[in-house]
Design a protein around this ligand. Structure first.
Ligand SMILES: [Zn+2]
Length: 190
């Protein structure tokens, strides 16, 4: 899937989880950092592509990206597997409380927002023809639906004119249906 589709998928997942498991408290900074973290989380798995948008944000990012990319055998390996999810979780668990002052930004909420973005990326990619190497380093690609021809080709019309608008419609439907729950979450803001 393209970065744009991953962004909307991540946001749809974030608001869904927020309604299912609302936070107990929320600050403006936590909310803002979580939304940004969610989008970043959705782009992390494709950092093994030198052209990834995250690399553009860094000075000399494309050169760094090319070097970093060589550390991977090919696109979609470790970063798209259960092992990758576990590693990123452990890394964030260690890093988040060290970069955020818990008084202003809740590191747990931000960490879960990033993980939701990351997880939504894998979910979206499982709908593509390539499937997911979930059990990397074992060579077994998982996809939904299991029949490859029924799955989506990245960047082609089904993604742009079916998947992308469908997620947009879902977000709209969800916000209308759960507006009270979402308002309750916003009321937590201090
Ligand atoms: Zn991907």
């Amino acid at each position: 899937m393209t970065a744009r589709t991953h962004d909307v998928f991540a946001f749809a997942s974030l608001i869904t989880v927020a309604v299912l498991r609302p936070p107990e408290s929320l600050t403006v900074l936590t909310l803002f950092t979580s939304v940004v973290g969610n989008i970043v989380g959705a782009l992390i798995p494709d950092m093994d592509q030198a052209t990834n948008r995250l690399w553009d944000l860094l000075p000399a990012g494309n050169t760094l990206g090319k070097i970093f990319r060589r550390a991977f055998f090919k696109h979609r390996t470790l970063s798209h597997s259960i092992a990758g999810v576990f590693l990123i979780y452990k890394l964030l668990e260690w890093v988040m409380p060290r970069i955020f002052n818990a008084e202003f930004v809740d590191p747990t909420i931000v960490m879960w927002s990033i993980m939701i973005g990351y997880g939504s990326h894998l979910l979206a990619d499982s709908l593509t023809k390539e499937g997911l190497p979930l059990f990397f380093p074992f060579d077994m690609n998982i996809g939904f639906p299991p029949i490859e021809t029924l799955r989506v080709t990245t960047g082609k019309w089904v993604e742009n004119f079916v998947v992308f608008p469908a997620v947009g419609i879902y977000i709209f439907w969800f916000v209308v249906k759960f507006q009270n729950e979402l308002a309750d979450i916003l009321k937590l803001i201090t």
